[in-house]
Design a protein around this ligand. Structure first.
Ligand SMILES: [Zn+2]
Length: 284
């Protein structure tokens, strides 16, 4: 418990201190993203009771549903992305405790291996890819293989730039060009978008509507923090963080330690009673 509180404190401190720095890597921006969320929460006047009331209502109904289904049958419930706190919200009552796995900055070194591990565990995920990680035939082949293993390929922009620092034309290029390239490789235009550093702009949001794409930040992630760059520490925090909640969107990266910890993370979440949302269940 002490450790959990300490972790929460670290996350909150990171969120505060990140405001003052401007280094272009995901570290800084996860904190930034949390601040943005808070801002958004205030702006939209949303409150957190939404997610809590879902928990309350979960235990009541639908016990008959799924009785005859095999355990591997997908959860038929649909979810929407809740932008006030970046969680998934079920569109009907569900007694399931679910999370969504997302893997960013792919395919760098381990994305295909991570996809194979998840496939063996029968766990779905979204791999958010970047243009600079799929500009060779070999890298394109990896994206295609991940897609063929059944995983969703998401758009994480061509060059991983902070969209708020780009002109509208450049933002459009960052997003549309990559969607086009993904479609050329997989035969399917991506349905999901994640802004680098979680920085969405008015224009990018408008473009999402135009392209009928769904954008999402994340509820939590740690693998870019110095203290979580070992497989043991990242496996522990991803499962034991106080931020783990029903509908949480988990952010991981194509990194050595996350790849090493991936099976333990999945098993840890399962042992806490969580199942994994299939991206197909996420609707606009
Ligand atoms: Zn990224």
């Amino acid at each position: 418990m002490k450790k959990a509180l300490l972790s929460l404190l670290i996350v909150l401190l990171a969120a505060c201190s990140a405001q003052t720095t401007e280094k272009p890597n995901e570290n800084e921006h996860a904190g930034k993203q949390m601040n943005e969320d808070q801002k958004q929460t205030e702006e939209e006047g949303e409150d957190e009771a939404d997610t809590e009331s879902n928990n309350d209502s979960n235990s009541e109904e639908n016990t008959e549903d799924g009785k005859d289904e095999k355990e591997s049958e997908p959860d038929p419930i649909q979810y929407t992305v809740h932008p006030a706190n970046w969680t998934l919200k079920p569109q009907s009552e569900s007694e399931l405790q679910t999370v969504l796995l997302t893997i960013d900055d792919a395919p760098d070194k381990h994305a295909l291996e991570m996809a194979q591990k998840l496939k063996d565990l029968n766990v779905p995920a979204i791999f958010f890819v970047n243009g600079h990680f799929m500009d060779t035939d070999e890298e394109k082949k990896i994206v295609k293989q991940i897609h063929e293993l059944g995983f969703e390929i998401g758009n994480h922009t061509m060059t991983h730039s902070n969209l708020s620092k780009l002109s509208v034309d450049k933002q459009r290029y960052e997003i549309k060009q990559l969607s086009e390239e993904i479609r050329n490789v997989t035969g399917e235009a991506p349905k999901f978008f994640r802004a680098p550093f979680g920085v969405n702009t008015d224009f990018s949001k408008q473009l999402m509507d135009e392209l009928q794409m769904i954008y999402m930040n994340w509820t939590y992630g740690y693998d870019w923090e110095k203290e979580y760059q070992t497989s043991e520490s990242i496996a522990d925090i991803m499962v034991n963080t106080p931020l783990l909640t029903n509908g949480a969107i988990l952010l991981m990266h194509d990194r050595d330690w996350t790849n090493e910890a991936l099976v333990d993370i999945v098993k840890g979440l399962e042992s806490k009673g969580y199942t994994f949302v299939d991206p197909d269940q996420i609707v606009p």
